[in-house]
Design a protein around this ligand. Sequence first.
Ligand SMILES: [Zn+2]
Length: 291
Amino acid sequence: MFFLLRKFVNQEEERRLRAKRKRIKRLKLGLLFVCFVILTVVTQVGGIVLLLAYFTYRIFFRDYNRWSLPLIFTVYYTIVSVFVIPQVAPFFGRMQVEDNEAVKAHSFFYKISNRNYVTIDYHETIQSIATDFHAKYPGIQLVYTDANFPFIDGFPLLPHRYHTDGKKIDFDFIYENEEAQLSNLKPTFSGYGFFESPFEGEKNQINFCLNTGYKQYEFTKYVTLGILHPYLTFSEEANKYLIELMDAHDGVETIFIEPHLHERLGIESDKIIYHGCGTVRHDDHIHLESI
Ligand SMILES: [Zn+2]
């Protein structure tokens, strides 16, 4: 009787353990799937790299501790993003924006997440505009945020609507510091969300869009990731010169800035068009499109 009871208790315990192990496995696979989606959305290739890291972990490192998988992923991802993609992307018609004395990424994030790829022709256009700008304002660089991913036309670079074909890039505005000197510093951590709002009496497209139901129009105010230099002020002269350079370049097709800035800077250009209420306000950055 005692043995039967003990056997029953053991079986029950084993069944409970098996169910628990199944639940944990399902949870881990769910977490893996969520990470796969997030990494794909943010970096394009990160999800695939995660799968490779996961299979490596399952085959060779299962018995090691729980940090093995993140570690393998980090090593794989760094190798792929830093060494492999920059070599492979040109075969697919895109290359990384090259940082130099005239142009640079807003932060390392835009480079390590592969969001800094453009077509080969567009790269020449960007460098040419940056070099001309730098010639007039030595020491001041064109600073870019999101461009495009390295592969596949039509692959979305969220949250942007149009950055899908290697022919789009966003630039920070040029700012002056407290001494009224041009600076390479930018107001926010992400590069987005610090608005040069309309003055009294200027056309206010922002209010129009918000009041007609386009609540996403000022969505970027939620993605500053911190305001680092709130004292910086928009340089009318330098931004006007920059947009005129963009307008004059044959490689540029379209420029998005908010209508009140277009008016304020007094630039005559067929390339500056209004992007519509369905996107986000463009008085925190310049969106530039290639032909
Ligand atoms: Zn853009």
